[in-house]
Write a new protein. Structure first.
Length: 498
């Protein structure tokens, strides 16, 4: 069986190579044509613009597309094989890879306990403190409503009926008719996606994922035994390349596809309505279940932005689209309440399977979320969250542009994260050097499949004002260490470009 999971055509690869932006040192000699081609493909893989395990065109196909000799392409492919960026097998072709012994980074994403931070500025976790007084009021309201539930067994595998009803009504109010039977309350979005993966994608099944994507979800899927099929996103905030998605869904036939269409984590991209409709249609045609993560949905930071219709609006019955929601990003990460919206039969299957996992979600927290949604406290709390995230975003963007002008990014119009190209420096080494100077930041490969995105870091909007200025000043100091060769500790070069 072939080792590749997607295909890159000759014309597509030639176009990507021609539009590549690669720094050339002053006075540097132009490399041989085969070396330039090999370096170009390597950079595309490291940046995630060509996925790992993507089948490359045959030598005879790529040579005329690039207007070079077949010998040049053959020499480039051989160089890539020698360096570990290409694997080949007779009869199966050649597909992209990353060198063995280059493990996924393990630092910079898990939140540190507050008492252990000391003078460290932690940019590893994209979460903000609770919007008080609404957390306290919600818990107090939940305690007042708790006594009747305390006289029961307390196990509600599908969620409290009152909360399921409230969530269903909110979808209906937004033009997506929904019954409570289409809702299952979960222990956060992670609990929801874990349940979906176990129901639909057994060990060895393929799951198509955006590249880059949310690191914790990628790890959850790996541990479930899934075969991840990365679909490279367009550069900037345009996001989803529908030609690539159609090709992957058709060729790889994944059982599931996972997307974050609303203020994507980590890039902040927002899918427009045309892409949402096309993605649903492509998934339906391929027989793929489309899992849509809406945890960032409420975090629209630019007030004038008109939000597109939700992805599930193009499949209201929930036969193709399974929607995941959560309060953790819009309200507080410590409130571990999420939900699934799907067809009633899918919900019933999820509930039945849940008996062998976590049984149900804590009653008190469900009551607190229901109180927020019913009383209007949710809207006020989320508006507080938007204001704080907007101010933090603006402070962070200004500081990076001032102190690290060679770093590239587009400021997103919502969400909690800034996806930054680090001017050719290794993101893994920056993460190591950052901890030496007092700032914790996750490197790009955490958000890719098999080592892509070495030239990126993710910066969340979790600090603002003078703290944001200090965090970026420390990042600039880390960048100097890496550029000078002093930022040791990661098994990758300090720079990753040719």
């Amino acid at each position: 069986m072939a080792q590749w999971t997607s295909t890159v055509g000759a014309a597509q690869l030639a176009r990507q190579l021609r539009t590549q932006r690669r720094p050339v040192a002053p006075g540097a000699r132009r490399p041989p044509a085969y070396r330039a081609l090999a370096d170009g493909v390597r950079l595309l893989v490291l940046e995630g613009r060509v996925p790992v395990a993507a089948r490359l065109p045959a030598e005879r196909e790529l040579a005329p597309a690039l207007a070079v000799s077949r010998t040049t392409v053959a020499a480039a492919y051989e160089a890539l094989r020698t360096e570990g960026f290409l694997e080949s097998r007779r009869g199966a072709g050649s597909w992209t890879a990353v060198p063995a012994g280059n493990p996924l980074p393990s630092r910079g994403l898990e939140p540190l306990p507050p008492e252990s931070l000391g003078s460290m500025i932690d940019l590893g976790c994209a979460s903000l403190p609770a919007p008080e007084p609404w957390l306290t009021r919600a818990v107090q309201g939940a305690l007042e409503e708790l006594p009747p539930y305390a006289h029961t067994h307390g196990d509600y595998p599908a969620g409290l009926p009152a909360l399921r009803q409230t969530i269903a009504e909110r979808y209906t109010e937004r033009g997506i008719p929904t019954m409570p039977e289409q809702i299952m309350v979960t222990t956060g979005a992670m609990g929801a996606i874990d349940a979906i993966c176990h129901l639909f994608a057994g060990r060895g099944e393929r799951i198509a994922v955006e590249s880059p994507s949310y690191a914790n979800i990628l790890q959850l899927m790996r541990e479930a035994g899934a075969r991840l099929v990365p679909v490279a996103m367009e550069e900037g905030l345009a996001g989803w390349d529908m030609n690539r998605w159609r090709q992957v869904l058709r060729d790889a036939a994944p059982r599931l596809a996972y997307v974050v269409a609303d203020f994507h984590n980590p890039t902040g991209a927002l899918a427009d309505e045309a892409r949402r409709r096309a993605l649903v249609e492509a998934a339906r045609a391929a027989g793929t279940v489309l899992v849509v993560d809406e945890t960032m949905l409420e975090l629209r930071l630019d007030e004038e932005l008109q939000m597109p219709r939700r992805v599930c609006a193009f499949d209201p019955a929930g036969s193709t689209v399974v929607t995941v929601g959560s309060v953790s990003k819009a309200f507080w990460a410590g409130m571990r309440i999420g939900w699934v919206r799907a067809a009633p039969d899918v919900v019933r299957s999820l509930v039945a399977a849940r008996a062998y996992a976590d049984m149900g979600t804590p009653v008190l927290e469900q009551l607190a979320v229901n109180w927020l949604l019913r009383t209007g406290g949710w809207e006020e709390a989320v508006e507080m969250r938007r204001t704080q995230a907007r101010e933090n975003r603006d402070a962070l963007v200004a500081a990076v542009r001032r102190d690290l002008p060679e770093w590239e990014f587009e400021a997103p119009r919502g969400g909690l994260t800034l996806w930054v190209r680090t001017g050719g420096l290794s993101g893994s080494r920056l993460a190591v050097a950052g901890e030496r100077v007092g700032v914790r930041v996750p490197s790009g490969p955490r958000f890719g499949v098999d080592g892509a995105f070495e030239g990126y870091v993710r910066l969340p909007f979790t600090v603002g004002g003078p703290v944001a200025d200090e965090a970026v000043a420390r990042l600039a100091a880390a960048a100097e260490l890496v550029a000078s060769g002093a930022g040791a500790g990661a098994d990758v070069p300090r720079t990753f470009v040719a």
